[in-house]
Design a protein around this ligand. Structure first.
Ligand SMILES: Nc1ncnc2c1ncn2[C@@H]1O[C@H](COP(=O)(O)OP(=O)(O)OP(=O)(O)O)[C@@H](O)[C@H]1O
Ligand SMILES: [Mg+2]
Length: 373
């Protein structure tokens, strides 16, 4: 039987809910050539949303959506190689055409094609520069293909924050922007999992990608959608769950998309016919048990001051952290110390700060801290 819930990887098909407005907006941007940057806390559904829109446009001959993930790129050269390879591969679905296009558009790159003898296994294709020397004609590739083939191209780059770690990252970002902003038939959708870094790259005037396009902040999926979704997934497998229990579930994980699916799945496994409060309690214990080692690891990597600050935030001190009382109660030393810890905890993506209000990024981690630290 198909798993009724998906978590841990981007979701799709029947396991995708809501995001109607965002889907429409992104589809509009894709079809009208508007650049988009997507920001949200971790695991709220950026990758799933982009995949959804790409699937919706799969049959549209006028727009080719190319998706790539720069997670494993460590250098500019890695980026160029991935960029060139994916654009050639995803703007045509015929293997013979990849070779023709590669020769035509990027004559200085060498195509590598490997075919396994195993039936059903994928053909591996990549493009590489001799001596690892790439030129900026790689960056104009989508535009040249778009013009010649008569469609527009949307390049979606996941884990885009990776490029902030490259050597000479600022000049690389400048180069990307200066080439990309002149393209008329190609647009870009940039997003990733490190919200803090991306906020800097897209939101600070001194950064090259400032005001590059439509900056889209994903909101939480509303509880009403989750309730309908969870009930439906239970029903399709012959089980039941009340709307009230779905609401409690969402509240427990603060509607974090991934945790909603994970907790719903755990409740489902503890349910034979209709979910009960007891199945909910067992599922909560189980989700904490599954995350325990990871949470312990996060804590082990922190200094005792940082741990105290995490405890203070987890215990609800979101806006009064720098007050004398809280600094004394949690032994945070000084306001200057709070400010410097803010920076390091934000950089580790463990906390989020907006409008001077502090929250622990992961709602389960916050609960775990209250109980275990
Ligand atoms: N629209 C949706 N409907 C149902 N579940 C969703 C949806 N979007 C996300 N999820 C759930 O959240 C999980 C994480 O989704 P996804 O990987 O798309 O998030 P992300 O924001 O890209 O995460 P990261 O910040 O780690 O890159 C999915 O596995 C799924 O369980
Ligand atoms: Mg993602």
């Amino acid at each position: 039987m198909e798993n009724p819930f998906i978590y841990g990887v981007a979701t799709h098909g029947d396991c995708f809910t809501d995001r109607e407005k965002e889907t429409e907006r992104l589809k509009m941007n894709f079809t009208h050539g508007i650049n988009t940057m997507i920001i949200s806390p971790r695991r709220w559904g950026k990758t799933s949303l982009v995949n959804r829109v790409a699937e919706l446009l799969a049959d549209n001959d006028k727009v080719k959506v190319v998706r790539m993930d720069t997670f494993s790129c460590r250098t500019e050269e890695d980026f160029y190689k991935l960029f060139a390879t994916e654009i050639i591969k995803q703007t045509s679905n015929k293997v013979e055409q990849w070779i023709i296009d590669a020769k035509h558009f990027l004559s200085n790159l060498v195509p590598h094609l490997t075919m396994s003898t195993d039936p059903g296994s994928e053909i591996s294709f990549s493009l590489e520069a001799i001596n690892n020397k790439y030129t900026s004609d790689v960056l104009t590739l989508p535009e040249r293909i778009a013009k010649e083939k008569g469609f527009s191209v949307v390049v979606c780059i996941d884990e885009f924050q990776q490029i902030a770690d490259f050597r000479h990252s600022m000049s690389f970002q400048k180069k990307l922007r200066s080439v990309w902003q002149l393209q008329q038939n190609t647009s870009y959708c940039l997003f990733g999992s490190k919200r803090h870094i991306l906020m800097g790259m897209f939101g600070k005037p001194s950064f090259p990608f400032y005001r590059f396009g439509d900056l889209m902040f994903l909101e939480r999926i509303p509880v009403s959608y989750w309730t309908t979704y969870i009930q439906k997934r239970f029903e399709t497998t012959g089980k039941h769950i009340s709307a009230e229990l779905c609401e409690k579930l969402c509240e427990y994980v603060e509607s974090n998309s991934s945790y909603v699916q994970q907790l719903a799945w755990l409740i489902w496994t503890f349910t034979t016919d209709t979910a009960t409060d007891q199945s909910f309690e067992l599922a909560k214990e189980e989700i904490m048990r599954q995350n325990h080692v990871l949470f312990q690891k996060y804590i082990d990597e922190l200094s005792s001051y940082q741990i105290s600050m995490m405890r203070a935030i987890a215990n609800g001190h979101s806006t009064d952290l720098s007050t004398k009382n809280v600094i004394e109660e949690y032994n945070l030393a000084s306001t200057a110390n709070v400010a410097s810890m803010r920076k390091s905890l934000e950089a580790r993506e463990l906390i989020e700060v907006s409008a001077k209000s502090y929250t622990i990024s992961d709602p389960l981690f916050a609960k775990w801290i209250c109980k275990n630290v």
